[in-house]
Design a protein around this ligand. Structure first.
Ligand code: BG6
Length: 491
């Protein structure tokens, strides 16, 4: 069996981490433009001034980034770097980068559209034509090389104006604004783009929330998610009306959870982790209704959601065509105290003695990918894509080359795991590795956490001339693609 003949091999990126050109071509600012660099030890910050003009620096609170005071606004402060602004400058290098993707034989390229490049504040009646032109040129360039675009409509970048005035996604006024944005994308890029994802890693909003957060935080997080579910469902429906050929997917952050011990309490706890962290979102987006266990999750934090009859109808009518997810790690979870916790950005859970951890504390576990693929496909029975997977690592340039054997060693068992899942019946149709070209890390804002097959000369202090070249892993991936996943041998 193995990978299908027309399997989509490729790579993935996101506008806020890759595109740059933050204040060019009529683009409006997004919150990521006011988020500083950080590291695995030092969290990223957002900088802002209060209504009296006093500067503030606060830890970025993922998925709840509203500034705490009325009359305040996000602001650049001296002494801080804002790496997402220039990122690795796809804006000015897209032709060169797409040619490199083509050289590696990509069949698919995942990217996102920056909302504020199309609607600079989010509330304009008419879209920014220069923004539309930019993406149209990118899609045409991809088509020139027969590379299928896979487009994420929202990848962590709401226009700043909406964050400051409406308070982000906990306000349901964002729903019609997002739907307008999505409609523009489907209309303007009809015939150029067929594969779409509505919200990137939509489940992050509750999956990474510790249980001890207060009820208000949970109330807002679940409402935020509900508003995104409705926005996504409406977008799916419109996308199908505009072009029945469109294939639109959900996108879930796919962590594979394991019970750490054989204590039945851990087995049950692990099941609840899957429900809250992974299934809650996939069930709503694939089945079109809230699962039975949702009530229990809400009750745990006294959450009372604003859900209208119309919302329930929208959810039913806007189910997705594909299930897609990112996969970087598994996590072992337990009810027992005193186990060694893993330390890493975005990583919780306890140390699994069978696994090796990356420099950023992520548990490297290809078997977990097979486990998730089989479990998720069995549940949803729709085509499935792995739209992010990869190794963030320190790369050294030697004589203009990067010998990143460690990255090849990471990919080989993950690709084998996908092949095994396909042999076991999973309808896997695409694999787009994360950060196929070096991009700014979402979690830490670092450049030195590199994932790419393509090196970009850009550094944490903002220096670098942006020149690009293919690393050893990129030449290896070319061979993998040419052989449709049958030749994984190292050079
Ligand atoms: C996913 C995101 O969480 O993981 C990407 O969709 C992100 O945006 C990727 O870059 C890897 O995370 P990080 O923190 O290493 O960039």
């Amino acid at each position: 069996m193995g990978f299908k003949k027309d399997f989509f091999w490729g790579g993935a990126t996101a506008a806020n981490q890759y595109e740059g050109g933050w204040n060019e071509g009529g683009r409006g600012p997004a919150l990521t433009d006011y988020t500083t660099g950080g590291s695995v030890k030092e969290s990223r910050k957002v900088t802002w001034v209060d209504k009296d003009g006093n500067p503030h620096v606060t830890d970025q609170i993922p998925f709840n980034d509203t500034i705490p005071e009325e009359g305040a606004h996000y602001e650049t402060l001296d002494g801080y770097l804002y790496p997402n602004r220039e990122a690795t400058d796809f804006y000015h290098h897209y032709k060169e980068d797409i040619a490199l993707f083509a050289e590696m034989g990509f069949k698919m390229f995942r990217m996102s559209i920056s909302w504020s490049r199309i609607y600079p504040t989010g509330v304009e009646e008419e879209p920014n034509q220069a923004g539309i032109e930019f993406y149209r040129n990118v899609f045409k360039e991809l088509r020139k090389y027969n590379i299928e675009p896979l487009v994420t409509i929202w990848h962590f970048d709401t226009p700043l104006y909406l964050e400051e005035t409406l308070g982000d996604w906990k306000n349901r006024d964002l729903i019609p604004l997002f739907v307008k944005f999505a409609r523009t994308c489907f209309t303007e890029f009809k015939g150029l783009v067929k594969y779409w994802l509505t919200f990137n890693e939509i489940n992050n909003t509750v999956n990474f929330l510790p249980d001890q957060m207060d009820d208000l935080y949970y109330q807002e997080a679940y409402q935020h998610l509900h508003n995104q579910f409705v926005a996504s469902a409406k977008a799916v429906k419109i996308g199908h009306e505009i072009d029945p050929e469109n294939q639109i997917g959900c996108m879930i952050c796919g962590i594979t959870y394991y019970p750490h011990t054989d204590d039945p309490k851990d087995i049950l706890f692990n099941r609840y982790k899957w429900e809250k962290g992974i299934f809650y979102c996939g069930d709503v987006q694939c089945f079109g209704e809230y699962p039975v266990y949702a009530q229990k999750l809400w009750d745990e934090h006294h959450v009372r959601l604003d859900i209208t009859e119309e919302d329930l109808k929208d959810l039913k009518e806007g189910t997705v065509d594909m299930y897609t997810f990112s996969y970087y790690m598994s996590q072992s979870v337990t009810t027992h105290k005193g186990e060694e916790e893993t330390k890493g950005n975005m990583s919780t859970g306890v140390r699994n003695s069978h696994l090796v951890y990356s420099d950023w504390g992520w548990a490297l576990d290809p078997t977990g990918l097979q486990y998730s693929l089989e479990k998720l496909y069995d549940r949803y029975r729709i085509p499935i894509m792995v739209v992010e997977n990869g190794l963030g690592a320190f790369d050294e340039v030697e004589d203009g080359k990067v010998h990143d054997d460690y990255r090849i060693d990471y990919y080989i068992p993950h690709i084998k795991a996908m092949g095994d899942a396909i042999d076991n019946g999973v309808d896997l149709i695409a694999y787009t590795t994360w950060g196929c070209v070096d991009v700014v890390s979402a979690g830490t804002g670092e450049m030195r956490k590199r994932y790419g097959f393509i090196y970009v000369d850009k550094h944490d202090d903002g220096t670098g001339d942006m020149h690009r070249f293919i690393k050893d892993s990129g030449y290896w991936y070319k061979k993998v693609i040419e052989s449709n996943g049958t030749d994984l041998s190292k050079p």
